[in-house]
Write a protein that binds this ligand. Structure first.
Ligand SMILES: *Cc1c(COP(=O)(O)O)cnc(C)c1O
Length: 406
């Protein structure tokens, strides 16, 4: 029999949930009934899907599906062990070599997720006598990695290079290593990190430079090579993290850098040492995805064309898509700022009922008063689908007084 209520030991969790309910920010998971596609079914309702990170439509691409099935038939469904015991398969090495060549670096190591790559790497390379200089809007996995490392964390204001330099000066005479770290693309506002300026600053102060390119992988730079390529900073970023879970369409994260960095992570990164490696199907899928990036760059062009169209039309309709009191998007990530948390969540729910899926995001993920829905187009959305979504957004927003009634 399923227990309906918590035992007293966990009653405090109910209080916390009640608090979320009172604020209107409690949610239930939406359940996808079919494939992660531009039009799909969540909770049995057909929606235009503007909520996924499936930027290039690779999550359900026939070639990648074939690659996964072939690898499964040949190599089985699981790797059987962590990488350092018995779970390093030839196909894992093939993927790492492929990514290293693609990114124009000496070596690459793949982790189970982008989260594991960030948290595992930061916590492995730094210790308690070291310093981390981190953008205030960096991803949670960087923050967790920083905490696990026990290094001293200095947070600089969002993309404020001068503030970062002030903090570097403060610790310039300390013995510990210094790490400057930024997201390549910030996930809530869609703006691009100051990778060029920060890397130059890191060089000036002898600090390690690290970039988390989760939302830039497959999106920015030539053939989706990321923010380092976008800024022409090859060879000047020591640690490049990317994800295989967003534009690449499958699951995983990777770290690119020198042979020594990767060799060190083999020996010290805890998710690498203590958690089982990917099934061969995942590695095969990712190899096929990098082939696509190399061979079909028109996908990336379609992604950007759709981005320009959606963002242009939203602005024309009078939506606040950031850039006033919030950073301005420069990528397919499109915030539609609503303000109050409850209003953003209500807007998201109303859109869903009318057939548009856009994620509601409230405090603490974004600052109080900056709650929003976040829209992400893919290369595979048609103009007709975007027009239908735009019409719905405008109609629902007027009804809810998010846009003034014209
Ligand atoms: C999504 C994301 C991650 C985590 O990547 P996963 O592969 O989903 O674990 C890390 N950093 C940033 C900036 C992200 O947006």
């Amino acid at each position: 029999m399923t227990q309906a209520t918590s035992r007293p030991q966990l009653a405090f969790l109910n209080d916390a949930l009640d608090d979320l309910r009172a604020r209107g920010t409690h949610f239930r998971l939406r359940i996808l009934d079919d494939q992660q596609a531009p039009v799909c079914h969540y909770d049995g309702r057909e929606v235009i899907n503007l909520a996924s990170n499936n930027y290039l439509g690779l999550a359900n691409h026939p070639k990648l599906i074939e690659a996964a099935i072939d690898a499964t038939r040949t190599f089985g469904v699981g790797s059987g062990a962590v990488r350092t015991i018995a779970g390093t398969m030839r196909i894992h090495m093939d993927l790492e070599e492929k990514i290293a060549r693609f990114k124009n670096v000496e070596a690459c190591v793949v982790f189970q997720s982008g989260f594991a790559a960030n948290a595992g790497t930061v916590s492995a390379i730094l210790g308690k006598d070291d310093f981390i200089l981190s953008d205030e809007l960096n991803h949670a996995s960087i923050i967790d990695g920083a905490r696990l490392s026990r290094a001293k964390i200095k947070v600089f204001r969002h993309k404020d290079v001068d503030h970062c330099e002030e903090l570097l000066k403060e610790v310039a005479n300390e013995a510990g290593h210094k790490l400057v770290i930024t997201d390549g693309v910030f996930s809530m506002d869609g703006d691009i990190g100051r990778v060029d300026k920060l890397a130059a600053l890191a060089e000036k102060y002898g600090a390690i430079m690290m970039v988390d390119d989760a939302h830039a992988s497959g999106v920015l730079g030539r053939n989706g090579r990321g923010s380092i390529d976008h800024f022409g900073m090859h060879g000047r970023v020591d640690v490049q993290v990317g994800t295989l879970s967003k534009a690449i369409g499958a699951l995983g994260g990777y770290v690119c850098g020198s042979r020594d960095l990767i060799d060190f992570l083999y020996h010290r990164a805890r998710p690498f040492l203590f958690s089982t490696s990917h099934p061969p199907s995942v590695a095969a899928t990712c190899i096929a995805a990098f082939d696509m990036l190399e061979q079909e760059p028109d996908r990336i062009e379609r992604l950007w064309a759709n981005t320009r169209y959606l963002q242009g039309e939203l602005k024309r309709a009078g939506f606040n898509i950031g850039g006033v009191n919030t950073p301005a998007t420069e990528t397919p990530i499109t915030p539609v700022i609503v303000g109050e948390g409850r209003a953003a969540m209500d807007f998201s729910r109303a859109l869903f009922d009318e057939g548009v899926m856009g994620t509601g995001i409230a405090f603490p993920t974004v600052p109080e008063g900056k709650a929003r829905i976040r829209l992400i187009v893919t290369s595979e959305h048609t103009r007709a689908q975007l027009d239908r979504a735009l019409e719905t957004l405008e109609r629902v927003a007027r009804r809810m007084s998010i846009l003034s009634v014209s």
